[in-house]
Design a protein. Structure first.
Length: 292
């Protein structure tokens, strides 16, 4: 029972990790909390469901969810962030909150407020690993998460785009003086974060075989908690905090009850921040260098 719940917690934590990385990527590069990411996650799920309902395979649905969410993220960046780049940091944050509400209402009017469900199981079968049993969908969620995180790590650490992202994160003005196209890099950061959120939306939708326009609210708040626990501007902190929160939530539901799972999750967040305000991987320094 314990091993099985750990597997379930890791699966849920993998989704939290992807969304938290989406938040941290924009926060680490631009110092802005993009509150529209929760709805990009939701839209990615709907885009993926549209492909699956057309009887196309899951990889196509995953690509569609990532591409669709990235495109919407680009619109958010151009309309909701770029005009307010020089304003106080709360202004673009509130702008993205407005976009979040708009996107949720658009989804409600397009797909309705009732859950959209998959009539057929996308993947069937289970695999026994020792005392634990893992479903094909859980295996896909974990595998895709590992692949996306590894791809993001390679992009950030080994490519020219990644070096530009890190340069803008450290000092935008100096990066521009050195020839880095800061505006283009900002757009790339938003689109990368959108694609990760879209992938998470497809994965969680397929895992539960259902999605609603309001799924981004609860999951988005949990992902923000993961980001804060890991270290607000340190994107790799989510790799630790995501599985931690997923396991804690699943264990609470399994052994205590679902009615207090949010109390335990957010209580854990407050406890960790009381002991380590900068987060698990935060540097604790006053500056914002080396955020990515």
């Amino acid at each position: 029972m314990l091993i099985q719940q750990l597997v379930n917690g890791l699966t849920l934590g993998a989704v939290y990790t992807l969304i938290a990385l989406s938040f941290s990527l924009v926060m680490g590069v631009l110092g802005v909390l993009n509150l529209a990411i929760a709805e990009l996650f939701m839209l990615g799920g709907y885009f993926g469901f549209a492909i699956l309902l057309a009887r196309l395979p899951l990889p196509v649905a995953l690509v569609a969810g990532m591409a669709g969410a990235a495109l919407v993220a680009a619109i958010v960046e151009r309309i909701g962030y770029q005009p307010f780049r020089g304003a106080p940091v709360v202004t673009p944050m509130l702008s993205t909150l407005g976009f979040s509400i708009i996107l949720q209402n658009v989804a409600t009017n397009v797909w309705g407020s009732d859950p959209l469900q998959l009539s057929d199981e996308v993947l069937s079968g289970r695999f026994n690993i020792g005392p634990a049993s893992i479903s094909a969908i859980q295996l896909v969620v974990l595998s895709v998460t590992v692949l996306l995180v590894a791809s993001l790590a390679f992009l950030v650490q080994q490519t020219s785009i990644g070096r530009a992202l890190r340069a803008v994160a450290e000092n935008r003005d100096v990066a521009r003086l050195l020839g880095v196209p800061a505006g283009r890099i900002t757009l790339i950061a938003f689109m990368l974060s959108g694609s990760l959120a879209g992938a998470a939306g497809v994965l969680i939708g397929v895992h539960y075989a259902a999605i609603t326009p309001y799924i981004g609210v609860e999951v988005g708040l949990k992902a923000i908690a993961v980001m804060v626990i890991g270290g607000t501007t340190r994107i790799w902190g989510s790799l630790i905090a995501g599985p931690l929160i997923g396991i804690v939530e699943v264990m609470t539901v399994a052994y205590v009850g679902s009615q207090i799972r949010d109390f335990v999750v957010y209580g854990l967040m407050i406890l960790i921040l009381l002991l380590r305000p900068q987060g698990l991987l935060g540097s604790g320094r006053g500056d914002q260098s080396q955020r990515v």
